[in-house]
Design a protein around this ligand. Structure first.
Ligand code: SAM
Ligand code: SF4
Length: 323
């Protein structure tokens, strides 16, 4: 079992396969951003597979493909197939902005991806364009319809709630998800990079109480629901999660680490602590040495983020770490 220095079991990895993206969500990536990691620094599929096999031998059980936009990485279904086949890995999921989902839903499902998280901040085309800086809502909606027909075990919609997100927009998203059997999750903006700080924070606690009354929801527990606190319909037909890293942090139950495209293992989203695996992988190290580096790194995993206290501290933005 992989335990950190505070006795938390870490069995979940968010694996960034690219830091590139076809959108420029205002809370995530600066508009004219060009400072991408150079391709020579990207971990290859062979390197990723080797490293994750070592992690899985030590107790890693769940992997989420993310980015940047993971569907921009060439041959992603091949990587998914290789990771799904690793002994010990029993859950492979994907976070995507959905712009290319119509094309990739079927190959990814066949490759062994069982759960999808799709980011969708608004159902109004113009508002979507102003948040994500591309007129791509129709593609995302199409992608979601294709994904629905592919039999994924769950499809979750991630909606970042920021200053300016209205009650009407949230209610429309609730209705959309209820009709399609999607789980909705509302996320507070995190102050990652200038982008995250400038988006404007919306405290989700009052939103949660309003939705509880408006839709007759009750507190619920969703297996594998991660850090979200859930409200559910009494008949179980709908679930909405609230991810509140700022107003109510959940670090004491943190079970995850993040591997960025350049092979750095980030031990906490809100801290700089990391383990650099690329030099080890390319320097001819043994699997034992990779194991030791992981175990030693986990002992250094911080107790909690300090987004509340140190709002200017994290200069990298979410797409660089693998959100
Ligand atoms: N491109 C994919 C997507 O959008 O789902 C995967 C990567 S994205 C960085 C992962 C998640 O991070 C998305 O749900 C996005 O909304 C969220 N995110 C990005 N920046 C954020 C911020 N500053 N605060 C909170 N969530 C953020
Ligand atoms: Fe791209 Fe996802 Fe960041 Fe939006 S949130 S800019 S889709 S990486």
């Amino acid at each position: 079992m992989l335990l950190d220095g505070f006795g938390r079991r870490v069995d979940y990895l968010r694996l960034s396969v690219t830091d590139r993206c076809d959108l420029r969500c205002s809370y995530c990536m600066p508009q004219g951003f060009k400072g991408y990691e150079e391709p020579g620094h990207w971990l290859s599929f062979d390197e990723i597979e080797r490293l994750l096999a070592v992690f899985a031998r030590l107790g890693l059980r769940r992997v989420r493909l993310t980015g940047g936009e993971p569907l921009l990485r060439k041959n992603l279904p091949d990587l998914a197939r290789r990771l799904a086949a690793l002994p010990g890995i029993d859950d492979l999921s994907l976070s995507t902005n959905g712009t290319q989902l119509a094309r990739f839903a079927a190959p990814l499902r066949q490759a062994g991806v069982t759960r999808l998280n799709v980011s969708l901040d608004s159902l109004e085309r113009e508002r979507f364009r102003s948040i994500c800086r591309r007129d791509a809502l129709p593609q995302v909606i199409d992608g979601l319809e294709v994904a629905r027909s592919e039999g994924f075990r769950s499809i979750k919609i991630n909606m970042v709630a920021m200053a300016g997100t209205t009650d009407a927009e949230i209610d429309a998203m609730v209705a959309y998800c209820m009709e399609r059997g999607f789980v909705l999750r509302l996320i507070e903006t995190m102050p990652m990079g200038e982008t995250g700080r400038s988006a404007g924070f919306l405290d989700l606690r009052p939103v949660r109480e309003r939705l509880r009354r408006r839709f007759g929801l009750i507190d619920g527990v969703v297996p594998g629901g991660g850090p979200a606190r859930y409200l559910v319909a009494p008949d179980g037909s709908f679930q909405i999660g609230f991810i509140t890293p700022i107003s109510q942090h959940f670090c004491e139950t943190c079970n995850r680490v993040r591997l960025s495209v350049d092979g750095a293992l980030h031990l906490c989203l809100g801290r700089e602590d990391r383990v650099e695996f690329r030099p080890l992988l390319r320097g001819g190290c043994s699997d034992d040495e990779l194991e030791q580096a992981l175990l030693e790194g986990l002992r250094r995993k911080p107790a909690r983020h300090e987004f509340g206290e140190q709002t200017g501290r994290i200069v990298r933005f979410m797409s660089m770490t693998g959100g």
